[in-house]
Design a protein around this ligand. Structure first.
Ligand code: DX5
Ligand code: ZN
Length: 216
């Protein structure tokens, strides 16, 4: 059984400090990191590059991770990253045809966990019929693209809806929430069924064991 945990996002850590921050967090007990990958097309920003993620394998202590692919061509990025991350998470909105989502799962699920992310404006019913294909569902609680945004309160309803469905259908899919998480909402999200809380700015701006304790 996987325990509820904070999966830090290092998006807002300056590039030259990322290795040190990851290693410090591992020393504080973090086991799983969330790597934001952007192509400046799906979202108007760039994040952690493929080469940087690859380099973490030798520069950082051993850890698990998910690559949050905010890109128009997830296949290309997934091929590059599959040997370097635990979970490859695609956005539902990156695909025009559902059959390509199924193709993605078929291609990568024998080597990796595969996750599906939805934007705040995308209803759960869009992915409900295909949720059983995924190891993880990533509920965006901010508009993807930037760290440091405010948590969207409507996320709780979506979380409850998805958690109920997972319980009813007895799916093994785990829930991850991403965006605007801090000491005030983290506990409530865990209580409502989140397994992985992605925390970026709040953790990075107060990087110590106390902060981690408050989030867990
Ligand atoms: C936003 C990213 C998030 C972000 C989280 O597009 O997907 O992972 O970095 O950072 P905070 O916690 O600052 O919202
Ligand atoms: Zn993210």
């Amino acid at each position: 059984m996987i325990k509820k945990q904070v999966t830090p996002s290092i998006l807002n850590v300056p590039k030259d400090q990322r290795v040190e921050v990851i290693n410090n967090l591992i020393d504080m007990g973090i086991q799983w990191f969330h790597y934001d990958v952007m192509d400046n097309k799906f979202v108007p920003n760039e994040a952690i590059s493929i080469d940087e993620i690859k380099s973490f394998k030798s520069t950082c202590k051993k850890h698990l991770s998910d690559a949050h692919l905010m890109v128009n061509d997830p296949f290309k990025y997934a091929h590059e990253l599959k040997d370097y991350v635990t979970c490859l998470t695609i956005h539902y909105e990156s695909f025009e045809k559902e059959e390509d989502i199924v193709k993605f799962v078929n291609e990568f699920s024998h080597t990796n966990w595969v996750g599906i992310a939805i934007k705040p404006s995308t209803d759960f019913n869009k992915i409900q019929p295909i949720l059983y294909l995924f190891d993880l569902v990533l509920i965006m609680s901010v508009e993807p693209g930037f760290g440091g945004q405010q948590f969207i309160e409507k996320t709780y309803n979506k979380l409850k809806e998805i958690k109920n469905f997972i319980n009813e259908e007895k799916l093994p899919t785990v829930i991850q929430i991403d965006g605007g998480i801090n000491d005030l909402n983290s506990k409530k999200l865990f209580e409502h069924g989140s397994l992985f809380n992605v925390v970026g700015s709040y953790l990075i701006n107060n990087l110590n064991k106390e902060t981690l304790k408050k989030l867990q």
